[in-house]
Design a protein around this ligand. Sequence first.
Ligand code: CUA
Length: 379
Amino acid sequence: GYGVMAGLGVTLLSGCGSRQLISMGDLASGFNREVAFMSIFAIVMSVIIFVAVSYALFYTVNKFRDDKNTAPPAQFHGNNRLEVILVVVPVIIVMALAVLTVRSMAILNPVPDQASKIDVLARQFWWNFSYPEVKADAGGNVTNGNEMIMPTKQSVALTITSGDVIHGFWAPNIGGQRAAMPATLKTWNVDIDRAAVYQGNCTQLCGASHANMRYKVIALDQARYNSFLAAAKAYRAPEPAADSAEARGYAIFMQGKPATGALACAACHRIQGTTAAGVAGPDLSFFGTRRTLGAGMWEFMEEEHWETPRAKEILHAWIKHSPYVKPGSLMPTYDGSEYTANGKQVKGGVLTDEEIDDVAAYLRTLKLPEEANYWNDTP
Ligand code: CUA
């Protein structure tokens, strides 16, 4: 699929007004420019070789054609000059490709001192993007689940790891595919010139919802990026008003519902500025600002994203029994049913439909201030 998308090119796709660009032919990133240069070199060499070999073949067949003669052809042993050429020329071509490859690696791989840093954590089947240089005033590092905000026109050093199996990090516009491996930290540079939303996917078969392990990369111009980071640093989850649906949702989120065995969401999720500090699931600090659910399985790109009936219905189903709507999801069910994913039984007790809607109402309040709403001025 990527190859086809790459063939279409970024201009075609952006021409459709798409909010998510996906192309490895996007020359707005240094990585893709290097790859394009090497690809063009390799393609030109291939064409030259193809034409030369085809010419030699047809020339030989035509020139030495002698279909009237039934006597055996002249017998001879080897041709030293030709054999030397046939060895030396390919060696030169391969060496040129090797030199160009090493050159590109030397340009792309070193992490510049001034690079912004983002830590990428891949897990079945979601992503956390955290900013190791931005300590939140409320404690912990600024972190966003499944939506990665990065600055344009500078190197961004991604330190990629996995919390379980091997995943693949690839948002084709911003750089090449990188493995996310458990117990391994690898740092890679990415960069992009254009402020826009880019599509990222897991590119390593990693389980039942490998195909549902997507993310967005939202590239913001430097000033917008800085205001995002500043507001995200200062962010504290809003306190719900007393006796509201949000307050009831907040209580369930933090404490669960012991009477029916419903587990606390806070056991697995973090919300900046609250006591919720779980790390088994994606960070929900800016959930209300996000426009994707289930690691990009659903997108709500309408202006009033979470307030649409469709979003409400999907979010309700998600909280109620996530593994039924996303295979392999390790989030427990809250409808009382038992579900086994990855050999683990996920059963979170029972919440009523009203209680589920209360939790959803609370999640919708978790919004960054407007100046940090990174969806605002994306094309
Ligand atoms: Cu993670 Cu495929």
